[in-house]
Write a protein that binds this ligand. Structure first.
Ligand code: PEP
Ligand code: MN
Length: 352
């Protein structure tokens, strides 16, 4: 994909309320944010879990967004989830559209929205799908690219949690990094508000995103967060956004200082060596696993024994704790190692 760059600075900042609630609310929010944001956002059609929640003001909010642009000079953005939304937004000359997480999950919806955009080169931001499936995210971006959208950006807003978590949506940072490897020149934005779910976490997540070299931030702001009709817990005041932006430590991914380059190289050399050892250990482990496969086969034992798996998890967790390593991290690694062991044993049986 050849992306047309449309971000005017880094970090590019998009902010505004989760939902447009009234003309005066969005105008006041936009005025307060005006001097430090690049684009004003407000949702008009809100995808809510329950039909009795506030589902947005709909079409009448388009006029309010036009007024925001007229009065503040800010570009305006909103979420579209159907071809009808697209049609209304294009008619109202909305500057930027975004696709929500619940829409990205469905290729049929995405295709219909993309087709409604044929022939119009408006910037489109595609939020990650609810579940961590990078293929769906890339697929959605491709659907827009194929109808001629060249100003594309991906928004990392976190993923549904399977386990209890401090976040509303877990930030799986490895996914946007993978996306960056696949679509090199596409700007990627982080949406700390939907990752956080609570206002107190927004600053930290924003800094992490900047450390990860994200190109922009989409942060929800409200003039009276506790009275917000949607996502009340995660919205912050425009003044808090200002302070977060002021406090951000911007880092460079380019290496300039020679002393720093040398120091970093020393550490990286150590890591390279350790990784080499780890891989050699995996090779030794694999050989033993193959011997186990032969032994189990001779004794007519199935490849997988659940008790052994539980024992592995328990003991590895204990070793990790003794060495002050997080057991969740070790658990995940052993999940992969064990999966691979089963695979090695299955292959060994097939080949022998
Ligand atoms: C939003 O931006 O307000 C929104 C609903 O986002 P998401 O699709 O990430 O839940
Ligand atoms: Mn929201």
């Amino acid at each position: 994909m050849k992306i047309d760059q449309f971000f005017t600075k880094k970090p590019f900042v998009i902010s505004g309320p989760c939902s447009a609630e009234s003309e005066s609310q969005i105008l006041a929010t936009a005025y307060q944010n005006k001097s430090y944001i690049d684009v004003f956002r407000a949702g008009l059609w809100k995808p809510r879990t329950s039909p009795s929640s506030f589902e947005g003001v709909g079409i009448k909010g388009l006029k309010w967004l036009q007024k925001v642009r007229e009065k503040t000079g800010l570009r305006v953005a909103t979420e579209v989830a159907t071809p009808r939304h697209v049609e209304c937004c294009l008619e109202a000359n909305i500057d930027i559209l975004w696709i929500g997480a619940r829409t990205t999950v469905n290729p049929f919806y995405v295709q219909e929205i993309a087709e409604a955009l044929k022939g119009v080169d408006i910037p489109i931001l595609v939020k990650n799908p609810v579940h961590p499936e990078i293929g769906l995210w890339i697929g959605a971006l491709e659907r827009f690219y194929k109808v001629g959208i060249s100003k594309l950006s991906a928004v990392h807003r976190g993923f549904h949690n399977y386990k209890k978590s401090v976040y509303r949506n877990d930030p799986k940072w490895e996914l946007p990094i993978k996306l960056r490897e696949r679509v090199i020149d596409m700007p990627i934005i982080c949406d700390p508000s939907h990752i956080a779910g609570k206002a107190e976490l927004v600053e930290d997540i924003s800094q992490t995103a900047i450390d990860m070299n994200f190109d922009g931030l989409m942060i929800e702001t409200h003039i009276n967060p506790s009275k917000a009709l949607s996502d009340a817990d995660q919205q912050i005041l425009p003044s808090q956004l200002n302070s977060i932006l002021q406090n951000l430590v911007l880092k460079s991914s380019k290496l300039r200082d020679q002393k720093f380059i040398n120091e970093l190289k020393e550490f990286r050399d150590k890591i390279d060596l350790l990784d080499k050892h780890i891989i050699a250990l995996f090779r030794n482990r694999k050989e033993i696993v193959e011997q186990i496969a032969i032994l189990k086969d001779k004794n007519k034992l199935t490849i997988f024994q659940i008790e052994r798996w539980f024992e592995i998890l328990k003991t590895r967790k204990k070793y990790a704790n003794n060495l002050n390593l997080e057991d969740e991290y070790i658990n995940e690694i052993f999940d992969v190692i064990h999966k691979y062991s089963i695979l090695i044993q299955t292959k060994k049986r097939e080949n022998d």
